[in-house]
Design a protein around this ligand. Sequence first.
Ligand code: MLT
Length: 403
Amino acid sequence: MLKINENFCKLPPSYLFVEIARKVKEFEASHPDREVIRLGIGDVTRPLPKAVVDAMKKASDEMGCAETFRGYGPECGYEFLRKVIAENDYAKRGVTIALDEIFISDGAKSDTGNIGDIFDSGNVVAVCDPVYPVYVDTNVMAGRAGEYVEGMGWSKIVYMPCTEENGFLPELPKQPVDMIYLCFPNNPTGEAIGYQELKKWVDYANEHGAVILYDAAYEAFITEDLPHSIYEVEGAKTCAIEFRSFSKTAGFTGTRCAFTVIPKELCVEGVSLNQLWNRRQSTKMNGVPYIVQRGAEAVYSASGHEEVTENIRYYLENAKVIKGGLTKAGLKAYGGINSPYVWLKTPDGLNSWEFFDLLLEKAGVVGTPGSGFGLSGEGYFRLTSFNSKENTQKAVQRILSSL
Ligand code: MLT
């Protein structure tokens, strides 16, 4: 008899950001005269850098010409892109990454969601709490999460609370874990990790035979002296997989391009994870469009780099406006210095969804309820700096006058 993957039925009916979009749509329909400002989902608003657009136009022309047309590309990405990644993202930071250790994909969301394919369904998963919901939901789908217990979370997942008390940095797990998801600068708290602190995780993973799944999608927002890559930490190549993305770095949320690094030294029971992922990717995908990869390559050109840097500076300025405004109003706000996200403590003991409703109704501002990221996110709220400067300033004014 045909059966479905029952694990899907254990999930909440919709993905966090889909649920928020539904609520906002409902509000807009019933309040057509109200202007809503979105500081919810981390979606960029600045247009693609000119260097990227020019490169994609040129690549489109090539595709329309018999002499330069290209069909299927290499499943794991064109060498021209992997080369600039290895040089700029790694060699410049003193890290040697070989081209065949870089896998180009359509997004860090897909890669962090799909990576579970190469691991056993009996592995114990550890996540920070609060956490980007993709890590948890995809492990529910894979059958690694157990059952959902109200007020406790998933029975087989090890949660590592990140709270004001521990400076939003997880503590090493007390029980054995196999797959550790870390994201720094963190989504959703916006807090970052230092070299010494990250080294603790690398040492732990090497000592206990665990793998670190390191999501560095927000590394471009780092402004302080902090690791951009986990491979800047000694020993990481034998225990960590790193995920990177052009989405927030270069405005590719709608264009789609990212990459994952799996060092060849990283083996489990003598099997190379690099080879397994290569096998998985070359079986399940046909790569990222040539045009998009040319666009991503242009991010590393002199003018591309300049434009991208300017956009990031723009968003970080917005983050400063948000955090500054909230702090001035007496709220506790975190993140926003090495990250596009500001994580605030809700006032007056409101829970996260109550604060969501209040902001939407009174201020016409959309944010993300902290509880949507996990139990330890309750009583917190996330605002993003990805809107325009004008909208961000207006949103902050509106938030302050609605408190
Ligand atoms: C977020 O708002 O957390 C991000 O946009 C989600 C994502 O990158 O998929």
